[in-house]
Design a protein around this ligand. Structure first.
Ligand code: GDP
Ligand code: MG
Length: 313
């Protein structure tokens, strides 16, 4: 009530789109910074936080629903349905379509077939029920008449409350979309403290991501028995980064659990963390994970400071 009186709003916005539609580009334009955080607290396996935008009194948490497209095999359809369920949990859903890719034949130099990925996404949207916001992206690459035809075509599906025409790359139309999302998320307190979003250092962010993967993988096996520290971060000339992290556990047997049989578990954790880091930082990442035993880390004030926590409190 107090927060509503203060006019605060906060909500989850699922960004949906075929690969290459421009999701990462739009996300960076929307949050206006490459700083984004992940927290096991709000995390589900169905959706992951991509970034957080603060727009006036609104905090908008952008989430991704992995695996939403290309269910080429029948088996994959169940996974896609689960992904859609994740999208339905969001307060708002934004479908991003590469307008240049779905434009009429003469404008795209392909055959007249509807784009397959987009067709599947529309089908999924229809099955999932509820409405979405359509953002026709890459309008810098398409003629105005073709764009209007597309807006009409997708508008006629009845699946969309609003249609925005944007260029995530040039920023054209992005502010309108941002304002709309900020106004549409529900009234309520922010999920994240403001300074956490703005100040979270990259190293801590990277540690949080790996910690999240450990939690997801290990479930209840190692509650709070481990911590992750980013020990080294090297920028490479090719634009990628090499990140080395140490996972500290308290006992030798915990180390074995984290490593898994033949190192299988740590490999999986590393792969998942790297994937998220690449999405969030929008660049190639080489991630190296090491597991070490440090018996008393729970009592060590320095560790708490590194985690951004106050040991005294
Ligand atoms: P994602 O796979 O959906 O995350 O797509 P990306 O954000 O990685 O974008 C895929 C490609 O499309 C990149 O080369 C972007 O630079 C490009 N792109 C994204 N948005 C636009 C846009 O509005 N206009 C143009 N011309 N290119 C764009
Ligand atoms: Mg991307």
């Amino acid at each position: 009530m107090v927060d509503e009186a203060k006019g605060l709003r906060c909500g989850f916005v699922a960004l949906i789109g075929a690969p290459n539609a421009g999701k990462s580009t739009l996300l960076n334009a929307l949050v206006r910074s490459k700083v984004s955080i992940v927290s096991p607290k709000v995390q589900t396996t169905r959706a992951r936080v991509l970034g957080i935008g603060i727009h006036g009194d609104s905090q908008v948490v952008y989430i991704d629903t992995p695996g939403i497209f290309a269910p080429k095999r029948r088996l994959e359809r169940a996974m896609v349905r689960a992904a859609w369920a994740g999208a339905s949990d969001a307060d708002l859903r934004v479908l991003l379509i590469d307008a240049a890719r779905v434009a009429p034949r003469k404008d795209r130099g392909k055959d007249g077939r509807e784009d397959e990925d987009v067709a599947r996404i529309l089908e999924g949207l229809r099955e999932a029920g509820g409405k979405a916001i359509l953002a026709l992206n890459k309008i810098d690459r398409i003629k105005p008449q073709a764009l209007l035809a597309l807006a009409e075509r997708y508008g006629a599906t009845g699946l969309f409350d609003e249609i925005f025409m944007i260029s995530a790359l040039t920023g054209d139309g992005v502010a309108d979309l941002r304002d709309h999302l900020a106004a549409q998320v529900p009234a309520g307190p922010w999920h994240y403290p403001e300074d956490q979003v703005a100040d979270m250092p990259m190293r801590l962010l990277a540690s949080e991501i790996t910690r999240e993967k450990l939690f997801l993988q290990l479930h209840e096996e190692l509650p709070y028995a481990l911590t992750v520290e980013t020990e080294d971060w090297q920028e490479r000339k090719d634009g990628s980064a090499r990140i080395a992290q140490v996972i500290y556990v308290r006992r030798e047997n915990q180390k074995a659990i984290v490593l898994g049989r033949g190192g299988a578990r740590i490999k999986e954790i590393g792969a998942a963390a790297r994937k998220d880091l690449e999405t969030m930082l929008d660049r190639r990442i080489h991630l190296f994970l090491f597991v070490k035993v440090r018996e008393n880390w729970v009592d060590d004030p320095a560790r708490y400071r590194e985690m951004g926590l106050d040991f005294e409190s």
